[in-house]
Design a binder for this molecule. Structure first.
Ligand SMILES: [Zn+2]
Length: 291
């Protein structure tokens, strides 16, 4: 299903997580708690915030398959047997099919952003990713792609948003309200433009007193001069931050292995192995644990 940017989300919505590795017995709900944009009369939801940039259900959460797909990309599945030796042939054939399809639908410059890639390591080539410009995503989604006479199946649709849109998941704050969400927005502000923050709460279906909460921020980092994701900007986002007086862990795609000893106190990025502050005794314990 294509992402529908104009759709709105109720303040509190339950969802089927659908996430790889998600606990099967947990139920999750998400509440939109912070928005960068001020609501207009037509835009304001019951929670007093403006509608989020995208609904919670469409976020590329870290453990979801969608997080493996960049924005402006559609993943297709081969329905017939596909051999890795066919990759070059398929790449050329599919690029031509996509170009013709976009041209046929009035897209004057179909090659902008167009690329065909194989996401799965050799030996498991069942999928192919097609990147196009954000404005071409809707037309691409309808493309009847074929390889060796077999129709490809549309498997996963990425967001029709800037490729530098990403999520930051924050654990450890214990509680999250608008005040804590504002603290998170302030922490992230030097590194990324923060659009929206949600609070996700999971409770165990057998024992609802067991609850885990997480803050999830939708952010956008600056692109490189050539318009691509800039990993220097992404990896500059800290791995830890103090929120609500607690040390919290920030997770996002591309996060480096930040020092677990210094955590939010690290003045610059380094790993535990290269930390100069870890006492000798602890250093040995850390390393013994890894052997
Ligand atoms: Zn350190």
């Amino acid at each position: 299903m294509l992402p529908i940017r104009t759709s709105t989300m109720s303040g509190l919505s339950s969802r089927n997580t659908g996430r790889v590795g998600a606990e099967q017995h947990a139920t999750a709900s998400a509440k939109h708690v912070w928005a960068a944009s001020r609501p207009t009369a037509s835009d304001m939801l019951a929670d007093g915030l403006s509608a989020p940039l995208i609904p919670f259900e469409e976020l590329p959460l870290i453990k979801s398959e969608r997080s493996t797909l960049s924005s402006c990309c559609i993943r297709w599945r081969f329905t017939a047997t596909f051999f890795n030796r066919d990759q070059n042939l398929a790449r050329g054939s599919l690029a031509i099919q996509v170009k013709r399809w976009l041209e046929h639908h009035g897209i004057s410059d179909p090659c902008i952003g167009l690329s065909v890639n194989f996401p799965i390591l050799r030996g498991r080539g069942r999928f192919v990713d097609v990147h196009v410009a954000a404005s071409s995503m809707e037309v691409l989604a309808q493309a009847p792609l074929v390889f060796r006479g077999a129709r490809l199946e549309r498997h996963l649709v990425g967001l029709a948003l800037s490729p530098s849109i990403m999520v930051v998941e924050v654990t450890g704050s214990n509680i999250a309200d608008t005040g804590v969400a504002q603290q998170l927005a302030d922490v992230l502000a030097p590194f990324a433009q923060v659009h929206n923050i949600w609070l996700e709460t999971r409770s165990h279906s057998q024992d609802t007193s067991i609850r885990q909460s997480k803050m999830i921020a939708l952010v956008e980092t600056a692109l490189s001069e050539r318009g691509y994701c800039d990993w220097d900007n992404i990896t500059a986002i800290p791995g830890y931050a103090v929120l609500n007086g607690r040390e919290c862990r920030l997770d996002y795609v591309g996060r480096l292995d930040w020092c677990t000893f210094c955590r939010s106190q690290a003045s610059s990025f380094h790993t535990s192995e290269t930390c100069l502050k870890v006492p000798d005794k602890m250093w040995q314990t850390l390393h013994r644990g890894r052997e």
